[in-house]
Design a protein around this ligand. Structure first.
Ligand code: HEC
Ligand code: HEC
Ligand code: HEC
Ligand code: HEC
Length: 385
């Protein structure tokens, strides 16, 4: 063997092995035996949850019963029903969550949203946004509880995890995981790739359509895969739909740090009866994200500064739409955001009408969750063999 051959003989296996993930793997059987419902995870690559800021101070019953913010202050449109102490408690928490004091953010602290000369003024766009975000967070917690239904047989009647501003923001004015409509491919010699064939982080480098979000997480296109080579007007699942569906599925898996079998039975991906109850959470999650993006973030319209003209820079993507939410915005690589810590219980003012009697949410998917509306038209019929 000459030197070069020797080198290849040593280097090649090493290179091939480099493609494997070494180390211990965790296995968990989550379905009946023989159904391939096994979750395999690498404990070393699990996303880190990070430190969760402690509440500003202890809220006593006396504080909660005190004078209402709606009468004490001039321009309170959302939090009027909270006591002055609860109100200030939340203002402090919001500052830590969005624009923490001591960080290198411009105008960090209360002045990120306020003119200190006039706290009642709405002159900073960030305050206008924050007011909408308060409404949004209350809406998520009050109306999207089926998304938070737990699958682990925890005590019945236990509070849902819910979300606070921290779930998305984590000390940043703009949450780290966001999306906006992607730029179209530049016209080049390979032609328009129609959003595909480009390994993109958004779909876990799968070379699938790299923007499954515009149609699925803002738009209401059907998330379907069908085997039709020649789609007709009646069958919605064209090849593009199929690729986009898989692109979204890659994002959902990566966003939660799980594999497909966390939700599906690989025997039949479409069938609800064989899926895990987590797929129902996900189904509601998709609808919740559309609600967040369309009725809150995009609804703010021109409030979002463009072209670097804002107080704190540009807040829109290349097509002029604001930065929006996907599964990773909250989940950040873990199936339970923040590792399942129930942060909302310390911020009752963000619960919305949470305390009101609400229908009990089933933990197991008896059947497909309401795929009856036009928005979720039934899956296309199986192609003839
Ligand atoms: C992320 C943005 C944001 C930050 C940071 C923030 N606030 Fe506010 N603040 C708001 C919003 C939004 C309102 C209006 C709430 C409503 O309409 O229900 C408000 C209202 C107020 C009001 C009522 C003013 C009036 O007379 O109408 C006071 C007082 C106040 N904030 C104090 C503070 C203090 C003190 C801090 C820092 C510890 C702070 N805020 C940090 C967004 C913020
Ligand atoms: C579901 C995720 C989510 C939650 C929960 C959330 N936000 Fe946001 N927020 C966003 C996204 C995404 C943006 C960025 C939009 C953009 O820049 O186009 C944003 C932007 C903002 C901004 C503008 C910051 C800037 O510099 O432009 C403020 C202020 C804000 N949020 C306050 C809050 C407050 C206060 C809460 C809790 C009451 C909250 N947010 C809860 C997703 C969220
Ligand atoms: C977090 C849960 C979850 C994960 C993980 C997940 N899916 Fe899905 N999947 C869903 C939900 C929910 C739907 C139905 C979406 C709808 O109807 O709005 C769906 C739909 C599908 C469909 C379309 C079925 C039909 O009716 O045509 C296919 C195919 C699919 N997923 C494959 C995958 C693959 C492959 C993976 C792994 C890369 C994956 N999924 C990961 C929840 C999940
Ligand atoms: C606004 C924040 C937020 C967004 C956005 C979000 N989730 Fe969740 N999700 C949560 C919270 C909070 C829980 C409850 C975790 C707990 O019980 O501690 C949860 C739970 C889940 C679960 C159940 C996890 C388990 O271990 O049983 C699934 C599955 C899930 N989400 C899927 C998704 C998918 C798919 C998307 C995107 C389409 C999404 N989520 C978007 C906050 C969010």
């Amino acid at each position: 063997m000459n030197r070069l051959n020797k080198l290849v003989a040593i280097a090649l296996p090493a290179l091939l092995l480099a493609g494997c993930e070494l180390g211990r793997k965790e296995q968990e059987q989550v379905g009946p035996r023989g159904t391939a419902l096994v979750l395999i995870a690498d404990p070393d690559s699990k996303a880190k949850v990070g430190e969760i800021p402690a509440p500003p101070y202890e809220l006593t019953a006396e504080m909660v019963a005190g004078e209402k913010a709606g009468t004490a202050y001039e321009n309170v449109q959302v939090l009027g029903d909270t006591s002055v102490d609860e109100f200030n408690y939340l203002m402090q928490a919001m500052t830590t969550w969005i624009a923490p004091d001591g960080s290198n953010i411009k105008d960090a602290g209360c002045t990120y949203c306020h003119n200190p000369e006039n706290m009642a003024s709405d002159e900073k766009y960030t305050k206008v946004v924050a007011r909408k975000m308060l409404l949004m967070t209350r809406n998520i917690n009050a109306n999207w509880r089926p998304h938070f239904a737990n699958n682990y047989g925890e005590t019945a009647g236990q509070e849902n995890a819910g979300v606070t501003c921290w779930t998305c923001h984590r000390g940043n004015p703009v949450p780290v995981n966001n999306w906006s409509t992607a730029v179209p491919d530049p016209g080049n010699i390979t032609g328009n790739k129609r959003g595909g064939n480009t390994p993109a982080a958004s779909v876990a480098y799968a070379s699938l359509n790299y923007d499954p979000f515009t149609d699925y997480l803002a738009g209401k296109d059907n998330i379907r895969v069908g085997g039709k080579a020649f789609p007709t007007a009646a069958s919605s699942a064209a090849i593009q739909t199929t690729e986009k569906t898989y692109g979204l599925m890659m994002h959902m898996s990566q966003g939660l740090g799980v594999n497909c079998t966390f939700c599906h039975n690989s025997n039949n991906f479409a069938k609800w009866d064989d899926s895990r109850s987590q797929r129902v959470n996900a189904w509601y999650g998709i609808r919740m994200v559309r609600d967040i993006n369309n009725n809150y973030i995009s609804a703010l319209g021109d409030v979002w500064p463009a072209n670097g003209k804002g107080l704190y820079g540009n807040r829109r993507g290349p097509h002029g739409d604001p930065y929006k939410v996907n599964c990773a915005t909250c989940h950040q690589g873990v199936n339970k955001p923040l590792g399942g810590v129930k942060m909302l219980k310390d911020y009752p003012t963000l619960k919305g009408n949470y305390a009101a009697p609400a229908p009990v949410v089933a933990t197991a998917p008896a059947a497909a969750p309401a795929p009856a509306s036009a928005e979720t038209a039934a899956a296309p019929a199986k192609p003839a063999a």
